[in-house]
Ligand binder design. Sequence first.
Ligand code: DAH
Length: 360
Amino acid sequence: MSQFPDPNTLLQEAQKQIEQVRSLDALEEARIAWLGRKEGRLTLLLKQLGGLSIEEKKLYGPQYNSLKARLEELLAAQEENLRSQERRRALENDTLDITLPGAPVAYGHLHPLSQIMDSLVSIFRSLGFVCADGPEMENDFYNFEALNVPADHPARDMQDTFYMESAAKQLSLPHLTASHADQEPNLLRTHTSPVQVRVMQKYPPPIAIVCPGRVYRHEAQDATHLAVFHQMEGLMVDEGISFADLKGTLGRFAQLLFAPTVKTRFRPSFFPFTEPSAQMDVSCWICEGAGCPACKGSGWIELLGAGMVNPKVLSGMNIDPEKYSGFAFGVGIERIAFIKYGVHDLRLFYENDTRFLEQF
Ligand code: DAH
């Protein structure tokens, strides 16, 4: 019987081996070493039991069978033990540190020109103006005639204005062409001033509006000229509006836009739709008037055109110029960007290079 070792000794040996195992792979090796179907130590012993006498089988059979059951239990327990260790390790490695700063999300933002338009509108809102809108495809009446721009005015020249054929003409619908001639758009607006006309046509005074929007000029493009750019028009009409209202409103606007200490000055100018007309300059807030490169040493920066609404424009809209008066102004959005940010090539605003746009 010497070939059959003591089951307890075997159990101790196997137990020690199983407890020392540190990985599931090694545990599988141990299982094969003891219980593998062909070469397992215990498997081979159990096979040899078949050759024993009945008495010996009765003696060893149960002992070895229970040894096998015990080994299976030990293997299962160690497997569970290793698996839970592995889970714990994975959890420890995967812990989420909620105090770590998050991965940055690249937010987009409004285009600098949109930002400027928004800030102009909100400044004028705070002064009691409302925002109005008008079409970019206009006609001679709104863009020129109603604004007292004479037929021979250079702005009407093909050099300055983009003209287009009316849709009715293009589609050769003569009945439409005839009756809608004065309403059909035939040009791209060269300024936002036609919105004044549309508002006065529709609403009686008091009027206080601003209208930001895109305008078009037949220009050769360079650093300071674009064929498509933006303006904001302003109009206030009521009884007793005077040049003092114009000065007060636009002076306050400049302070809110640039700096509270900014001063304004008005120089005579000419626009067909205003009389008198003026250019408004703002004192340079960078050098506070002392003279610097931004104001080309003059201490002043030209900002916008303005004036008292020409009585002819009012009467053309059936607003009695004896009773009502008003002021109007037009300001270039790109010009403000140019002044405020010192961007000296306006084309940069239209190239959509994010390295440029991200700076605003
Ligand atoms: N429409 C003018 C332009 O495009 C700007 C302007 C000047 C508008 C004076 C006005 C104004 O309403 O009063 O250059």
